[in-house]
Design a protein around this ligand. Structure first.
Ligand SMILES: *[C@@H]1O[C@H](CO)[C@@H](O)[C@H](O)[C@H]1NC(C)=O
Ligand SMILES: *[C@@H]1O[C@H](CO)[C@@H](O)[C@H](O)[C@H]1NC(C)=O
Ligand SMILES: *[C@@H]1O[C@H](CO)[C@@H](O)[C@H](O)[C@H]1NC(C)=O
Ligand SMILES: *[C@@H]1O[C@H](CO)[C@@H](O)[C@H](O)[C@H]1NC(C)=O
Ligand SMILES: *[C@@H]1O[C@H](CO)[C@@H](O)[C@H](O)[C@H]1NC(C)=O
Length: 410
């Protein structure tokens, strides 16, 4: 009989309790308005792209029709700029009447009728980041109740226009208020991003107990520079961030910008591969009505999604940096692993990289491993622990490997 690999034992022994709402045992997947559609409220001159019920409904249609839903992309989420500039006569948040004439409950019903889930946005502060009414300490209970009545499935709570003390009271208070509604509502907290993202200012034990996911770092923008900055920040601070993640509690490096304007095809693969390694939420923010086949091919990669959604929920780590190569490793269920080899260099041609399983610290199964190239969707063969693995990595590109042990651990 084989002993289970150490990694599995470590995985089952994973730390910390998580928010007790039973949600997001694997990272959430879906779509979010912000990166691509921002605060476009100009429905007069840009009716097809303004933040409106029309935009959300058409995106939900695409999610249901074009294979996204079956792959796990299930949340259709509004970000800032959905609300009216004033609360209603009873002090409740209300949608902009011109852009959401049917109301939010009807929108949620529509999304649910497609077998999808619906997320909304507010801000723990006097205003949202774009100047709409915020959730203040005295409106937390009202807003939680409103969202539950609308049958919202996720709340992203931003942190503009408040100070650290208000946030320290408000984020836990909203968690309790959501629980009290009796409706399971996944809770995304932007809190750590406003406090520098690192301990001791950020207490990840507390966050894991009150939130399902949290933004740690600045907003993603539509550029390679932005994606690379995020990857570097997560790598440089992994000792503090990696233990914070687990089932029901995720670090969120922000939306997938794949399918927009700023990334090449190779760079798009890097974002997707690294987000899989990081056990990151997969929220697309692109126009699903016009997205290219190349982008769709990357976003709909089943094996990559399988890696991202691994049930152990152990965030991966950077294990090596060498001449513009970065090697990242994630421990997966059943003795499996994912390895990403990123080339952050811009040296014109694909660069060779050679390694072997032993050098990657993958030694649990002495018989060796089957290795798959995830993005090329190719089987590379069976590898002994000391067999050389030769790969070529494009400039600002990545190779993502999936390793399945030749032994059985069950
Ligand atoms: C509220 O919290 C309790 C206790 O932690 C938990 O059992 C329950 O499932 C939670 N309910 C919701 C709707 O989150
Ligand atoms: C929020 O509003 C309160 C009450 O009007 C005010 O005291 C506080 O300075 C405001 N905070 C911010 C960050 O704008
Ligand atoms: C933070 O904001 C609250 C409410 O606006 C205010 O009462 C408090 O004094 C502020 N705290 C600090 C440290 O500025
Ligand atoms: C974080 O919060 C937990 C739970 O409240 C507490 O036990 C722990 O000491 C805190 N950690 C730090 C570094 O402040
Ligand atoms: C690129 O990778 C090297 C390691 O090979 C690392 O030292 C460097 O910080 C990375 N550069 C950027 C911009 O990410």
């Amino acid at each position: 009989m084989l002993l289970p690999p150490l990694s599995i034992l470590l995985g089952l022994a994973a730390c910390c309790s998580s928010l007790d709402n039973g949600l997001l045992r694997t990272p959430p997947m879906g779509w979010l308005t912000w990166e691509r559609f921002r605060c476009n409220t100009d429905c007069k001159t840009d009716p097809g792209n303004c933040i409106s019920e029309y935009l959300i409904k058409t995106m939900a249609d695409k999610m249901a029709e074009d294979g996204w839903k079956e792959l796990g992309y299930e949340y259709v989420n509004l970000d800032d700029c959905w609300s009216a500039k004033e609360r209603d006569s009873q002090g409740r948040l209300q949608p902009d009447p011109d852009r959401f004439p049917s109301g939010i409950k009807a929108l949620a019903d529509y999304i649910h009728s497609k077998g999808l889930k619906f997320g909304i946005y507010s801000d723990m502060g006097n205003y949202t980041c774009m100047g709409y009414p915020g959730t203040t300490l005295d409106t937390i209970d009202t807003d939680a109740k409103t969202f539950a009545e609308w049958e919202v499935d996720m709340l992203k709570l931003d942190g503009c226009y408040s100070n650290s003390s208000v946030k320290a009271i408000g984020y836990p208070k909203m968690s309790i208020a959501l629980n009290k509604t009796g409706r399971p509502i996944a809770y995304s907290c932007s809190w750590p991003a406003y406090e520098g993202g690192l301990p001791p200012k950020v207490n990840y034990t507390v966050l894991g107990e009150i939130c399902n996911l949290w933004r740690n770092f600045g907003d993603i923008q539509d550029s390679w520079e932005s994606v690379l900055n995020i990857i570097e920040w997560y790598g440089n601070n992994q000792d503090k961030l990696q233990p914070a993640a687990g089932p029901g509690r995720w670090n969120d490096p922000d939306m997938l910008i794949i399918g927009n304007f700023g990334l090449s095809n190779e760079q798009s693969k890097v974002q997707m591969a690294l987000w899989a390694i990081l056990a990151a939420p997969l929220f697309m923010s692109s126009d699903l009505r016009t997205i290219s086949e190349d982008a769709k091919y990357i976003l709909q990669n089943k094996l990559l999604i399988y890696i991202n959604q691994d049930s152990l929920g152990i965030q991966g780590q950077r294990i090596m940096q060498w001449h513009h190569f970065e090697v990242w490793k994630r421990i997966l269920f059943n003795g499996q692993f994912a390895i990403a080899v990123m080339n952050n260099g811009t040296d014109g041609m694909p660069r060779p990289f050679a390694t072997n399983l032993a050098l990657l610290g993958i030694l649990d199964c002495k018989e060796g491993y089957k290795i798959y190239d995830v993005l090329e969707q190719a089987f590379l063969g069976d590898f002994a622990l000391d067999t050389t693995i030769n790969i070529q990595v494009t400039p600002t590109g990545v190779v993502l490997l999936f390793l399945r042990p030749l032994c059985s651990f069950t």
